[in-house]
Design a protein around this ligand. Structure first.
Ligand code: AAL
Length: 396
């Protein structure tokens, strides 16, 4: 899958999840509705197995939107404007934030690595050779009027001065708009990713820091402290705090994040930390972790609660989940070929809504993982989905 998708993207094919590559690009916003093709019409008194009952009920899938509003397939489209690098592994763009609209423009931030050499995963990294795709990275941003063609605007967050958080690398950002100011949260490395051998997490240990600006164009001022720290020894999030993802809910900042326990393969889960101020203090929720699977965080207001795209890892991977309270998540839909590291356009992310409208598109990334050829890098792409009740633009 990881190898197939970048090929499709790079060759310009329009990728329709679960039905492979369409020959002719159609409207990228038209996402196929149901994974099984034609299903016989349900007749009165038709005997049904429990499995077929679930199909007709739309328990986990969507015969049509009315039967499961949180089911979607995903469609992928290459971006214009952001080049996909020359493919030699020295340039990488990945881990897009959620997208906001400001002054008629869509804004996205992402990890950008531009190093003289590709990453060296085998112990050959140093001050200038990255150890991972997201090592020695900065946070950059781009703008767009249509979500398909993007203009890279430049760096937003540079690596910090040693020994401040983020001196080695800053990566995997996400955006918060709070009381008229803009906040970027990001993984702030205090050591080379991969250099800590504490666990089966591949040493990717790091906490979260943040920066503030008066405008989405910056300039950004770092708070120069850790705002969400690793848990105590033995806790589920003792090794990493990854993928910080802030939303506004109940008048507070709800920041979701990924933690990793040890084990082989490592157990990944997602937790919640809540604060009254963007720089904290953040209090971790007593029921953490609140999502038992997944990888990169991606949530959005839906009706009175929050929905989450839960992909890639764990018992409940490839699901879309829902929690009316933002804490007690249940599987709402089972799907496949979900976007990697999705950052959706979430217009009501910061409006403290109890009438969330869902999402229809965003950016994600695809990875070229040809490490043996020394070309490991990632590229951003667009995804479209049908997880919308009735999305309206909201300017931030
Ligand atoms: C991503 C995220 C975090 C990890 C690495 C870069 O997909 O989960 O950001 O550290 O991989």
């Amino acid at each position: 899958f990881r190898l197939l998708i970048p090929t499709c993207v790079l060759t310009g094919g329009l990728m329709s999840a679960m039905c492979c590559v369409a020959d002719e690009p159609t409207d990228p916003k038209s996402v196929p509705a149901f994974p099984y093709g034609e299903v016989p019409e349900q007749k009165p008194d038709m005997p049904l197995s429990r499995a077929m009952q679930r199909v007709y009920d739309g328990t986990y899938a969507g015969l049509d939107c009315a039967r499961n509003e949180l089911f979607s397939r995903f469609k992928y489209t290459p971006l214009k404007g952001l080049d996909y690098s020359n493919g030699d592994g020295t340039v990488s763009r990945r881990d897009a934030t959620k997208i906001i609209k400001h002054d008629g423009m869509f804004y996205v931030w992402y990890t950008k690595r531009h190093t003289a050499t590709p990453p060296n995963y085998d112990g050959g990294a140093n001050d200038t050779i990255p150890s991972r795709d997201w090592d020695l990275a900065e946070i950059w941003y781009a703008t767009s009027t249509d979500g398909f063609t993007w203009q890279e605007q430049g760096v937003a967050i540079k690596r910090n001065e040693k020994p401040n958080p983020g001196w080695r690398s800053v990566s995997t950002p996400d955006i918060l708009v709070w009381q008229g100011k803009y906040y970027l949260y990001y993984q702030a490395y205090l050591a080379m990713p991969g250099s800590r051998t504490s666990s089966a997490t591949n040493g990717d240990d790091c906490p979260v820091s943040a920066s503030v600006a008066d405008s989405p164009d910056g300039p950004w001022t770092p708070c120069n402290k850790i705002v969400v720290d690793n848990g105590p020894p033995g806790s589920w999030d003792q090794y990493v705090i990854h993928d910080p993802y802030p939303l506004v809910r109940n008048g507070k900042i709800y920041l979701y994040y990924k933690g990793e326990m040890g084990g082989d393969p490592p157990v990944r889960a997602q937790g919640l930390a809540i604060a009254d101020h963007p720089f904290g203090p953040f209090r971790k929720h007593p029921l953490n972790p609140v999502i038992n699977s997944g990888h990169e965080t991606s949530l959005f207001p839906f009706k009175e609660g929050l929905a989450a795209l839960v992909s890639r890892h764990g018992l409940e991977h490839n699901t879309i989940q829902y929690a009316p309270d933002g804490v007690n998540f249940e599987v709402a839909a089972i799907t496949g070929l979900m976007p990697i590291a999705p950052g959706a356009y979430v217009p009501d992310a910061f409006t403290d809504t109890k009438d969330g409208r869902g999402i229809t598109w965003g950016l994600c990334h695809f990875r070229n993982i040809k490490r043996d050829e020394g070309k490991s890098h990632s590229m951003l792409a667009r995804f479209d989905c049908d997880l919308s009740l009735d999305v309206h633009d909201i300017e931030m």
